[in-house]
Design a protein around this ligand. Structure first.
Ligand code: 2U9
Length: 366
């Protein structure tokens, strides 16, 4: 009897004190396992008289059931507290702000191109692309640049090995061959014949043999072209006035159109914007100085004819500007060559958010 109550106390105590599932299993084995204390009591039953066996057997069975119940209860308690501990330690605060991700930025030249595209996009222009490597006909001849023109000279133009058929090849010296290719396109010619207007801008890389403080051998241009039956010099002026005021974000920006000469336009005009200098700093807007920004003109009838259209029917204007230059002016970047150094500190300083697309309504710059 004293055995029974000692075994009960020890077995239930071990169950109660088990701090984890492993300790609980050890308590189970100690009482109910093959060599356990309760199992040991079961083994003594055979030595008892039938009467004692009935009475003592019932007590041992009851003890066994009691221990099993205690084991089950302790097991649920331990599992519940283990779960509670895990829930507490793995808690996620969904209200915390997200960690900042390292993010790249847009190069000022790409930004300037996107801003220019946003402005001309509002005026109905689409973005046209073409190859960096051109044949001599699209880069020069189509544009009314004669064979002896200085721009064709070896010192100015990167010549590449000729094509298999002997055609001289160049790195394009301007984006103009893209306009020529567009005018030659049969679908575009049909659209014009049906009474439509061609309005494209051509942003892209251009190449000239030139390398000093204000020239790099690779630079960027945006050119534009409008062709239909009625577009005239007044449209050219209105379009470029609107563009310059939108791009430099100065509503009353004065513009000056100066007569000029390009082989591909007649008449031609260079466009200056008003500015002033104070303590060596440039301010764009009405002032006592002028900055040259654009070249422009009415497309030369020879160019219209070279590009497969009848100059007696079609006319229009074209313009061109250096993107690197207008980006330097707008963003206050003093050195042209820094654009192409790939200096990460410079890029972080002058770069633009890749997630904010420039628009006239949403804002052009940062
Ligand atoms: C076609 C017809 C006409 C493109 C034009 C300019 C004037 C011009 C320069 C500005 C500075 C180039 O970046 S720059 O060096 N461009 O002044 N470009 S009109 O005229 C065209 C082009 C293609 C078929």
């Amino acid at each position: 009897m004293s055995d029974l109550s000692t075994i009960r106390r020890e077995a239930l105590g071990a169950v109660e004190q088990a701090a984890d599932l492993a300790a609980l299993d050890a308590a189970r084995v100690a009482a109910l396992g093959k060599k356990g204390s309760v199992t040991g009591l079961m083994k003594t039953l055979g030595d008892l008289s039938p009467e004692q066996r009935r009475e003592f057997g019932a007590q041992v069975n009851q003890l066994k059931a009691e221990i099993e119940g205690a084991l089950e209860a302790r097991k649920s308690a331990l599992s519940a507290s283990a779960l509670a501990a895990r829930l507490a330690s793995e808690k996620i605060d969904v209200t915390l702000p997200v960690r900042p991700e390292a993010q790249g930025s847009l190069h000022p030249i790409g930004q300037a191109m996107d801003e220019v595209a946003a402005i001309f996009g509002e005026m109905g222009f689409t973005w046209a692309d073409g190859p960096d490597i051109e044949d001599d006909w699209h880069n020069f001849s189509a544009l009314n640049i004669p064979p002896d023109h200085p721009a064709r000279q070896m010192q100015d133009t990167f010549y590449l090995p000729p094509r298999a058929d002997g055609t001289p090849m160049v790195l394009r010296t301007h984006t103009s061959p893209v306009q020529a290719r567009t005018m030659l396109d049969k679908g575009v010619q049909k659209m014009l014949a049906d009474g439509g207007s061609l309005r494209i801008i051509v942003p892209g890389r251009t190449f000239r043999i030139d390398n000093d403080a204000t020239h790099t051998p690779m630079f960027h241009q945006v050119e534009g072209l409008v062709i239909d039956r009625t577009t005239h010099m007044g449209h050219l002026k209105g379009c470029l006035v609107d563009f310059c005021r939108a791009f430099f974000e100065v509503d009353d920006l004065p513009l000056r159109f100066r007569p000029s000469y390009f082989p591909f336009t007649e008449p031609s005009a260079e466009v200056d914007i008003g500015c002033s200098w104070k303590d060596g700093e440039l301010r764009i807007g009405a002032g006592d100085s002028w900055l040259e920004i654009l070249g422009s003109g009415m497309v030369h009838p020879n160019v219209i004819a070279n590009c497969g259209l009848d100059p007696a029917i079609y006319q229009g204007f074209a313009f061109g500007m250096g993107i690197d230059r207008i980006a330097m002016l707008k963003y206050g970047i003093p050195d042209l060559r820094s654009f192409f150094d790939s200096d990460l500190r410079w890029l972080r300083h002058y770069g633009f958010s890749a997630l904010e697309w420039p628009s006239l309504t949403g804002g052009l710059g940062r």
